[in-house]
Design a protein around this ligand. Structure first.
Ligand SMILES: NC(=O)c1ccc[n+]([C@@H]2O[C@H](COP(=O)([O-])OP(=O)(O)OC[C@H]3O[C@@H](n4cnc5c(N)ncnc54)[C@H](O)[C@@H]3O)[C@@H](O)[C@H]2O)c1
Length: 354
């Protein structure tokens, strides 16, 4: 027991749940504490976590931790990561790394100076179907990759923090499209060598300018183009106007072939039900008629393996690969910031990101 990696979680709701589920599957881990401002008792009881805190700083001071998962709202990532680093604790930070480029840069610097590992959670880099697609690309089956289309879309966020631009950092671009952006960097970025050199984006402007979510101060629709130094293009979508369940799709086009991955709606289980059943997939609003329920959604989306990977890095004292690194997290925040600038100006924004 004492040799196990001691883990705590900041946050007690949606993301905290898939972190706790993933850790509970890992024989190397013991979850010792959780800090949040609500839902502490049901969450700790459900996952058998012995100690709860209403203040994450007190938790960091009181617990002897090897790793903390940051599953708090976006605007808190900076403060929580820095407090953890100053307490000498390795950190796994949910997306986005931060809500501003300055905060993200400061997080990298403080973690580096404190000598703690900072993991950035882009779960798509660990999703088994997407890993299989990358293996096939690496074998050369597609020839030269030329163009990628990737999206995460659904019918609206469950989290009040994500509906407010101030606590989210934006709308569906930073909250959803960050997954395809991070994953396309993982696919094409060659660990930071092949930089993104141009971006162009169109978004809604929030509130009454949104298509559907008039209460959200952030956009409910975002489309963006990324161009890489080696010439490839990516078309990225993140929106809250897609009903019928979370729609995560990837298409990779090469000179000799292409790959299409339906991460969420493409289950091999087909159900027809008149009364319906408990749960089909994230953000699906009904389970009657024909449905295709997810099979082990947390594994399929990559959560289980990303956290197992971080635990392995701590055990082996290894820095994370690019797809789980703070450099990837920073690049995503920089690119998204350039995309918001492109939307605001209506122009292509040029730079060097990745
Ligand atoms: N990788 C993914 O696919 C994915 C999916 C969902 C959410 N996320 C990320 O996870 C994070 C949390 O999102 P969520 O959907 O769980 O949000 P949520 O609204 O469901 O939960 C927010 C949690 O933060 C806690 N919290 C708020 N203020 C706090 C504070 N001052 N100190 C400690 N805890 C505090 C709340 O108690 C709550 O438990 C976000 O950054 C989000 O982007 C990632």
């Amino acid at each position: 027991m004492t040799d196990k990696i001691k883990v705590a979680i900041v946050g007690s709701k949606f993301a905290a749940d898939f972190h706790a589920d993933s850790y509970s599957r890992n024989a190397e881990v013991v979850m010792t504490a959780v800090a949040a401002i609500d839902n502490l008792e049901p969450f700790s009881a459900r996952w058998n976590i012995p100690r709860t805190y209403s203040d994450y700083r007190k938790m960091f001071a009181s617990e002897k931790l090897d790793l903390v998962s940051v599953c708090a709202p976006n605007f808190l990532h900076h403060d929580v990561v820095i407090a953890a680093a100053e307490a000498g604790i390795n950190v796994f930070c949910e997306k986005p790394l931060a809500t501003t480029v300055e905060d993200a840069r400061a997080m990298l610097q403080v973690c580096r100076e404190a000598g703690v590992k900072l993991f950035y959670g882009e779960d798509w880099c660990f999703s088994p179907p997407l890993k299989r697609a990358l293996e096939i690309v690496a074998e050369g089956a597609l020839g030269q990759v030329l163009y990628v289309k990737a999206k995460e879309c659904h019918n609206g966020t469950h989290s009040p923090f994500a509906r407010d631009k101030k606590t989210c950092g934006g709308g569906s671009l930073i909250h959803l499209a960050i997954h395809p952006i991070g994953w396309v960097l993982h696919l094409l970025g060659d660990s930071g060598r092949n930089k993104v050199v141009e971006v162009f984006a169109r978004c809604n402007d929030g509130l009454e300018n949104n298509y559907v979510h008039k209460q959200n101060s952030g956009e409910d629709f975002a489309l963006a183009i990324m161009k890489f130094a080696d010439g490839q293009h990516a078309l990225i979508e993140g929106n809250y106007i897609t009903v019928g369940g979370m729609d995560d799709k990837v298409e990779i086009y090469g000179s000799e072939g292409n790959i299409k991955v339906d991460l969420t709606l493409g289950s091999c289980v087909n159900v027809y039900s008149r009364p319906g059943y408990k749960y089909a997939l994230e953000k699906a609003d009904n389970t009657t008629g024909w449905t295709r329920p997810a099979v082990d959604e947390f594994l399929n989306l990559g959560y289980v393996d990303e956290l197992a990977y971080a635990v392995d890095c701590i055990i082996a004292d290894r820095q994370p690969m690019y797809g789980c690194s703070p450099e990837l997290g920073l690049a995503c925040v920089e690119i998204i910031s350039a995309m918001y600038a492109s939307h605001a100006s209506g122009a292509v924004v040029r730079g060097q990101w990745g």
